[in-house]
Design a protein around this ligand. Sequence first.
Ligand SMILES: [Zn+2]
Length: 1008
Amino acid sequence: MNLPTPSFFRVCVSAAMLTAALGWAARAQETAPARDPRQPVDEAYSAKIKQYTTAPYFTSPLVDYLPASKTVPTPQAVLGDVAGAPGVLPYAEDVYRYMRMLEKATPRVRVYSIGRTEEDREMIAVAISSEQNLKNLEENRARLSKLADPRTIHLDDAEADRLVAQAVPVYYITGTIHSPETGAPTALMELAYRLAVDESPYIREIREGVITLITPVTEVDGRDRMVDIYRWHLAHPGQFWPPLVYWGKYVAHDNNRDAMGVTLKLTENVLNTFVAWNAQVLHDLHESVPYLYDNTAGDGPFNAWVDPILTDEWEMLGWRNVSDMTRFGMPGVFTHGVFDTWSPGYLMFIAAMHNGISRLYETFGNGGADTVERTLDPQDYARTWFRQNPPLPKTLWSQRDNNNYEETGLLTSLHYFDGNKRLFLKNFYLKAKRSIGKPAAEGPAAYVLPADDPRPGLQAELLRVLAKQKVEISRATAAFSVTLPAKKPTRGARPADAKDKEKEAAPTTKQFPAGSYIIRMDQPYSRIADALLDYQYWSPDDPQRTPYDDTGWTFGELFDVQVTRATDAKVLETPMERVAEIRPRGGVIGTGAAFAINNTAEPALAALRYRLRNTSFDAAEEPFEAAGHKFARGSFLLRNADAAELNRAATELGLEVVALSDAPAVKTHPVRAARIALLHTWQSTQTEGWWRQALDLLQIPYDYISTQAVAKEANLNAKYDVILFPPVGFAGNPITVINGLPTDWGNPLPWKTTTETPNLVGKNDSTDDVRPGLGWSGVAHLQEFVEKGGVLLTVMDTARFVSGLGFEDSVVAAQGQRLKSIGSVLRTAVVDANSPIAYGYGDTLSAYCDNGPIFTLTSIVGGRGFRRLGGETRIRPTGRGTANDPDFTPGRAATETPEEPHAEAWETPPVTDEQLRNGYRVIPPAERPRVVLRYADGKDLLVSGLLEGGEEIAQHPAVVDAPAGKGHVVMFSINPVWRGETRGSYALVLNTILNFDSLDAGRKNAEK
Ligand SMILES: [Zn+2]
């Protein structure tokens, strides 16, 4: 190696000085946002912009005019007015019609169909760039895909630099995922026009330097409903308008929490588009905070799995955005704020988890296109360190103002992004390269899912989620072993005995059979796999006191499948092949007239039962062995099935069926296809939406009924065997469920399909007035349903509802005082393995818990509060001996002290002889509840996420089956069906359904 000569040094120094000088020069020459004086302005359109903007400082030199074009139509062609005009809210198809008019009028716009929604509406992405860029789209895509997967260029940085120098980046913008946040579509229509038409140097640089990709309507089903509601409001001046009860088919606001499970079409379509275009940014538009909150640079804690390169990019883009808009004199633009960036469930996080940049705007919307005087909360206009130029306490606000902010924010972002695109493209490559380098850097090397997992169906579902996330999945072609690091003792735990300590200190080796799945971490999208499969720890001492969303989500745990985190890089040398399709083995093996299917608590079992409706199924009440196979309690026995039909269904569902010459002699009960109703309120349909979706995906039929229908239906038993009453969530307190909304004033709020509102109902429910609730008649009908033998399944707030109204006598459901389990994963344990609800489960199950409620049981009617939460402490009075010794009375013969009745926190307290004396309040043993699952002991309780005050809920019942009359009330403290993430606990619900008329199977009653 030659030492640098003095002259070389000089060259270096002067080159550095030159670069610095050029840098400054480049910055000084940054193009100013100003219209091209040579390009004519659309005067009429620009005058309307001015007219609808309510204050001169609510606009910018980028959007206070519209350039004219002789060939390209403005949004007025479709809207009949300018973007953001009062009273104008276009349906998705109007927005699409305009985008396609642009495509027809200019070679700078192309429209792509990117998929359909649950209600079969189209989703689109609109690409806008220079004619040249769009012509070279495929060459550019090839360059970007090499940067996206650096393995294709052998991680060669020099080659990456060449590609970075030539590539045109893709900036992807998504609008109105949240349907009441209505401004984005018109802002994006006008933005598309500006980007295609404006010849000002500022916009030209964006057009020539960036491909802007726009999905103007993300929640298309919800958009059309929202426009219906708004039109209803315009047609009924002076009246209240109905709330947007449904957005998409299944969920409302939670459509922005699906980026982990990817169960909604909109998530899948945006994810596919983002990855197929190798986009660098996903920028999602929302409206809830005045006037523009760029929550890109949110508050902590940041998601633990993102690359620090990304968190720096958040700050760069966020703060520059604030700076640009503040310089325009626009008030109320800020970043940072209170939003934490922990959960990867947000739509924008598709980018964060796929080596891009996630961004989100909250602008200020009026929920429609009315111009309204708005008064802010003090916290919204307070000046804080991160909001130096806060919004005004009170102002007249229009949809146009909102559009001005959205467009100005996006245009300045696009311009800054273009000016620094080489940096961002290089970062895009580096983030991908560092994702591939994970095994050698922070690790792990891989995750392994064993071929012999007892739940191949759930394992396949988990792998399919990863496949949707574009994670590469491999399968070992030979057996292998993985060395697992020594377990560190739990912090704060007392030192175990010496033998345990030794065992803990040594690394262990785990064997995996051939066919085991390996998720290699040396792949570009390793981060999403790592984020989903790893464990989460949110410290109770975190300065962030109010987590924005769920704090834990570990997918292996919530799917109840085995996942091993392998840090030992040797695992990558295992012979393996890439898997194209995940398909668990299923179908009939062996021959015989009887068939047995092992119960492993897989949801597919219920799907099979409903698919073969005319076949009789039985469940074994005890484990058995047959034809060399072991069958767990609850396994299915089919005696007269059509073998071909069974084989076909089982193959499709991935269920293994064993043919037997004789059915084994084991006690069974019938497993019938229960008639199911899913009960909803008219106040909130979101949380139950995840339940509807789960049943629909399993093709399990149900009637979808409202509390109003139950109020009118006197004989529910004639129609239903099981009523599911999933959590209500918002407005879930018992009085709101019963009373609904006040009808003493105001006007009816219809949710109906009419000519005025053609999209409102879709395939969901309808009513003349959303206000009335369940009413007391509805309560009586539900109670009667249970008394006569029906099964009512309740969860969280609906469990509190039935407990509070005395549907059964033995379960107290209380809210914790110190407990903080914010969307956490907690461990539960099976208490009664004989209960059909527990069929197929092992000893423990990880479950989703969002602050309980905390169940406590009683054996005395009205004996609620008999025991305080957390158990009682009995201290013996002062006297002779040690704390555990009996006291004595001098001068008297010793007497035998009766055994103190003792009950664990999950148990029904035993009844004493004193209580039984004239014991009319004592609940008879056969009427007492059966605890199916309980929360684990305090030290084992937390699996993932935040847990504080866990001792309040530790050991308490998690799932209770309470007899009531001839029926049952089944109560869940956990939420077993949540965002497509908790599939391991679905079978608790499905078992309840399938065994609805045999829930007492295997029940053991107390002696007294
Ligand atoms: Zn939103």
